[in-house]
Write a protein that binds this ligand. Structure first.
Ligand code: RM4
Ligand code: MN
Length: 402
């Protein structure tokens, strides 16, 4: 028996409801700033100059898509005097505060590291910077504080790998004491860069081991671009779900390194295999830890739109992610389990395959329209004239930039 999916809106509409009514995508404030590569930062017209303008842009993405409900901030890039006022500004646009991201990689003092630095003084400075994020999280009812460190070494022998790790554990344990009750600590790993020989939090295993030592609310952030080529990311996701240690995603796509391209733009099937693991775990299939973990996982975009206009690129990324979750929702779980049980390799694979190739854009468009949203948010935005208006309004001042 070969499964095929009836792609008519009436047949699949109900199965896609979660992707329209429950899925929340987090927009990073820094996604609207000018970015580039190590060779050049490309300046675009209409780039936000203040954190409020970044929130305005996130609000635009939410207005068109209806599912971009939270905004992540990066400190000190988004430092303000009055954080409750910043939260109120978000709420007025129907947005919530997302993760408060710490930045201990740009200050000159951090050349040899932050929480892992050989000097106790620099470690203390880094700790205070992350504790400040905890304070902001408390004032804004944020769901998380996110730690990504540029820490590592460039040459063998430069520092003691084991002692760097001991310093890191001590630092994270100190951070955890300041974490507000409602918040989780997301620890993000990355295989290399800016450090080119060793990175102190280089993979999911190292991150999870640290989280296990730090506390229950310390969980792992999977940035899809932070692995070497060929790594089976969906299997990492399955493992972290089973261990109750998946916290969040930084989503993007890559061809070679940490390319920060738009999600699904290079390998949508890989992103689909990840959404499949997540949707699969959300069901009650006898693994309550994975189910709870999947239901609490946060989905943030972490992309650089170096040459493409930012707001439509982010709207498109939100839509792509929604489509890939929708396709995963189409998989016939009962048939899949049955095929797996009887060892029907081809049919089991075909169930994923046919869901992936089902065009969900029409049914999603109808569901959006029923909720007062444009059927096709991307084209609606591009044709609205808002992008031109945004460029005309934002003249002068200093554009946010990498
Ligand atoms: C890092 C990492 C972090 C992000 C910064 C800007 O590579 O992915 O999540 O905050 O870049
Ligand atoms: Mn990231």
């Amino acid at each position: 028996m070969t499964s095929t999916i009836d792609a008519s809106a009436s047949a699949i509409g109900d199965r896609l409801l979660w992707a329209v009514d429950q899925l929340e995508i987090e927009i990073p404030s820094w996604g609207f700033a000018n970015t580039g590569t190590r060779f050049r930062v490309w300046k675009q017209a209409g780039t936000p100059r203040t954190v409020e303008e970044k929130i305005d842009d996130a609000g635009t993405v939410h207005r068109y898509t209806g599912i971009a409900k939270t905004v992540a901030v990066h400190i000190p890039w988004d430092k303000v005097e009055d954080y409750p006022a910043l939260l109120a500004y978000m709420q007025a646009k129907g947005l919530k505060m997302g993760a408060v991201n710490s930045n201990t990689f740009q200050d000159a003092d951090y050349m040899l590291g932050s929480l892992c630095h050989p000097s106790a003084e620099v470690r203390q400075k880094a700790l205070e910077a992350i504790v400040e994020c905890c304070t902001i999280a408390r004032q804004t009812d944020a769901p998380a504080v996110k730690v990504w460190l540029g820490d590592g070494t460039n040459y063998p022998g430069q520092d003691d790998l084991r002692w760097r790790r001991n310093r890191l554990l001590e630092g994270l344990q100190a951070v955890y004491e300041h974490l507000p009750q409602q918040a989780r600590l997301y620890l993000e790993y990355k295989i290399f860069e800016p450090s080119l020989y060793s990175t102190d939090v280089q993979d999911w295993g190292g991150a999870m081991a640290l989280c296990n030592r730090v506390g229950e609310r310390a969980v792992v952030c999977v940035d899809t671009g932070h692995h070497s080529l060929g790594v089976n990311i969906e299997q990492i996701v399955a493992l972290l779900l089973a261990e109750g240690k998946l916290g969040s995603f930084d989503l993007n796509d890559k061809k070679y390194g940490d390319d920060d391209l738009m999600v699904g733009s290079i390998d949508p099937y890989q992103m689909f295999r990840i959404t499949h693991e997540l949707i699969n775990a959300m069901r009650d299939d006898g693994d309550p830890v994975a189910q709870k973990t999947a239901n609490e996982t946060a989905y943030m975009l972490d992309q650089c739109h170096n040459i493409e206009p930012k707001v439509p690129a982010i709207i498109r990324s939100v839509m792509t992610l929604q489509e890939l979750f929708a396709k995963a929702l189409l998989i016939d779980r009962e048939a899949l389990v049955a095929a797996q049980q009887r060892g029907d390799v081809l049919e089991a694979n075909n169930l994923l395959w046919s869901a992936f190739f089902t065009d969900v854009r029409g049914p999603l468009g109808e569901l959006r329209q029923q909720r007062g949203l444009p059927a096709d948010p991307f084209h609606a935005y591009v044709e609205s004239g808002e992008d031109e208006q945004r460029s005309a309004d934002r003249v002068g001042g200093e554009a946010a930039s990498w």
